[in-house]
Design a protein around this ligand. Structure first.
Ligand code: GLN
Length: 308
């Protein structure tokens, strides 16, 4: 299959190059500045081979593609029992920034892939100060890449200044006793992780590290305890695409996570990681071309975990 990958991604790239549907996210003003023509597809195998086409070195902020990694970090630091007591593992069928199920039903976030769950998870990240917690997070994320991750401060400021909905979610979490401590610090940590800046090659290596049981195929660093890889992938599969997770499972069949910057990454366990970047998103917050690429790639290379 490996020698097919490059020609296949070249082909799929050209097929979708002229699709201009959707537009870059604007509710975080800095994200609206992305060039909608940017488009990249990168596949990294668990052997460390990289196949790439398009603008694979263009930087973007991780946004919600960061959520699975912070979840892994929290599981590793605090254990499954504590994390499960705070954040559930059920899909919501609601948008990523929904507040309704938190208020109406459990008073606890349904899962760590939606904003309520991810804000709670960030609040649990350990450290002696805010700076120390951020440093720990950056060090953890950097184990999945080949270089040190940095924060896009413009995106961070832009999100911090406009995050009225996330702020209300955090206050509700505090009200229900899911989180404690300084709410602003927890939100800032969440905004920082959403502002981690990388390119499509980096994101596909992060995906490949999850495909490789938590070991980075390029550096051989043990990024994540193997024990927790399945926790992350199962939640990406059931909740990673929010209210379109069912359709994604049916039409793509690969655990995946999207971000409103236009990135989507997917993990084929024991085989490879895939990342696509194209900033124009649909009403669910997913890259329009990203969805098309994953659907085609999965079908044409038989990547669905149910079609082996
Ligand atoms: N930072 C974004 C937010 O909280 C992340 C959302 C996303 O990528 N779906 O709104």
């Amino acid at each position: 299959m490996r020698n097919q990958i490059q020609s296949k991604i070249d082909d799929i790239y050209l097929r979708h190059l002229n699709n201009t549907a959707g537009s870059p996210a604007s509710y975080i003003p800095e994200l609206a500045k992305a060039d909608p023509r940017s488009f990249a597809i990168v596949v990294t195998t668990i052997g460390g081979e990289v196949f790439s086409v398009g603008d694979s070195e263009v930087l973007f902020s991780m946004q919600s593609t960061s959520k699975p990694f912070t979840y892994g970090m929290a599981l590793q630091d605090l254990g499954r029992v504590f994390i499960m007591s705070k954040v559930g593992v059920e899909p919501t069928g609601e948008a990523f920034n929904s507040i309704v199920e938190l208020e109406k039903n459990t008073h606890k976030p349904y899962n760590p892939m939606i904003n309520s769950g991810a804000i709670a998870i960030s609040s649990f990240i350990k450290g002696s100060s805010f700076e120390d917690r951020l440093k720990n997070m950056i060090e953890f994320f950097s184990l999945f890449t080949e270089k040190k991750i940095h924060v896009d401060e413009k995106v961070f400021e832009s999100e911090k200044n406009t995050a009225h909905r996330n702020r209300s979610i955090a206050h509700l979490l505090r009200h229900f006793g899911v989180i404690d401590g300084n709410i602003e610090d927890s939100l800032d940590l969440y905004f920082k992780q959403c502002s981690f800046s990388l390119n499509t090659i980096d994101l596909s290596l992060m995906a490949a590290t999850l495909a490789n049981n938590g070991v980075n195929p390029k550096t051989n660093n043990k990024a994540l305890n193997q024990e927790y890889v399945g926790d992350i992938l199962s939640l990406m599969f059931t909740c990673g695409m929010y209210d379109t997770s069912g359709k994604w499972a049916y039409s793509v069949g690969i655990p995946a996570k999207s971000g409103v910057s236009g990135a989507i990454f997917g993990v084929v366990p024991g085989e490879l990681g895939i990342a696509v970047y194209s900033p124009s998103i649909n009403e669910h917050g997913h890259s329009v071309r990203g969805i098309k690429v994953f659907q085609d790639l999965s079908r044409e290379l038989n990547l669905s975990i149910f079609r082996k």
